[in-house]
Design a protein around this ligand. Structure first.
Ligand code: BYC
Length: 316
């Protein structure tokens, strides 16, 4: 078949909501777009462990420590499913690690902000995981099978994380004035970076139109951001916490909340590597990679030994 015919057949399949699987024909740009998005997503999960890992040794109780360890471990699992999904597109894991460690690959801007108080763990759970779910539930219907299937479990776990964060904040908001202030301060710092997680406005998003056509993305960046705002305003009322945006106002005509201007200079500055923690995050990832070399070598040696024993008929 000619390339144009193959492309038409591919798009018809996508339009008919038939999943694309690794061995199916796909346009090269579709494959590249998916590798870009899935690997960035995987990197975000892995780097996302760092700001929260910072509080494991200082969690205020055993219960909180157990919950936080479990959450951080979940994020590692998400990274692994996503790296596996990306590998089905023909890129290997080591290449993806190199892209992350060299600073070439992007990961979510949000993880370049510091976690300076315990309340930040509540704020990350409520807002960052909340934004992640808003963005990722539609990805369970992504046209590419392995990505869509990986997202089902990821979303279940993220939803649990979001509730855990909300509960941490609720506890603080029912506590002393100092605890309430700590929670408010965390929300003041995390609100705007969470809004930026959805990416640039639709007008400034070079990838959205094509990704929507291919049904990789099911909603645009601005649509998801608006859904997030609408949900958060009501939840903030339950918490008794203030969202730091004086322009947040219900718009009867639109049936949505209006919100203030996002500082896109700050966003691009962070994406380009100049956020408060970019350098620290990459340094930590590189150290972890180097310090883990012996584990990779041992695993390879073990697998070679097993393969040799199997070839010699000594193991099943
Ligand atoms: N940070 O054309 P656009 C999580 C880049 S949650 C950094 O709109 P696209 C977690 C974008 O990559 C976080 N870069 O792109 C939660 C593109 O650059 P390139 C991860 C960003 O792909 C809790 C350029 O800006 N979630 O993991 O159509 C705990 C233009 O943007 C950002 C996902 O990755 C950003 N915020 O849409 C632990 C979800 N936004 O690549 C972990 C899957 C945009 O052309 N990803 N850029 O050089 C997506 O849904 C989409 O990739 C995005 C961006 C909505 C993020």
């Amino acid at each position: 078949m000619k390339e144009a015919d193959l492309e038409k057949k591919f798009q018809d399949k996508v339009d008919a909501e038939i999943r694309i699987e690794p061995r199916d024909w796909m346009p090269e740009k579709y494959r590249k777009t998916l590798i870009r998005q899935i690997s960035q997503h995987a990197h975000s999960e892995i780097v996302g462990m760092l700001p929260e890992g910072n509080w494991i040794s200082r969690a205020p109780s055993l219960k909180r420590k157990v919950g936080l360890i479990a959450k951080v471990q979940d994020e590692a699992g998400h990274g692994l499913y996503l790296y596996s999904a990306a590998e089905t597109l023909g890129i290997d894991r080591d290449t993806m690690f190199q892209q992350l460690n060299s600073g070439k690959a992007k990961y979510s801007s949000i993880f370049n902000y510091p976690t300076i108080s315990w309340a930040d763990i509540g704020a990350i759970g409520w807002l960052v995981d909340g934004a992640a779910i808003m963005n990722q539930v539609p990805l369970c219907r992504c046209s590419y099978g392995p990505y869509a299937r990986a997202m089902v479990r990821v979303c279940k776990e993220e939803s649990f994380h979001q509730r855990q964060g909300f509960e941490i904040l609720m506890t603080l908001m029912n506590g002393s004035q100092e605890q309430k202030d700590m929670a408010q301060n965390a929300i003041d710092r995390w609100w705007w970076p969470s809004m930026m997680m959805f990416g640039p406005t639709d007008d400034d998003s070079p990838n959205t139109v094509q990704s929507m056509k291919w049904k990789i993305k099911r909603y645009t960046n601005d649509e998801l951001r608006q859904k997030f705002v609408d949900v958060c305003v009501d939840q903030a009322k339950v918490l008794g916490i203030n969202l730091p945006d004086p322009d947040l106002k219900w718009n009867e005509e639109r049936g949505h909340y209006d919100f203030g201007a996002i500082n896109w200079d700050e966003f691009w500055n962070v994406v380009k590597g100049n956020g408060p923690c970019n350098k620290q995050r990459l340094k930590t990832r590189n150290e972890a990679y180097d310090n883990g070399a012996w584990v990779r070598e041992a695993a390879m040696a073990y697998s070679e030994k097993r393969a040799a024993r199997k070839a010699a008929g000594k193991v099943a």
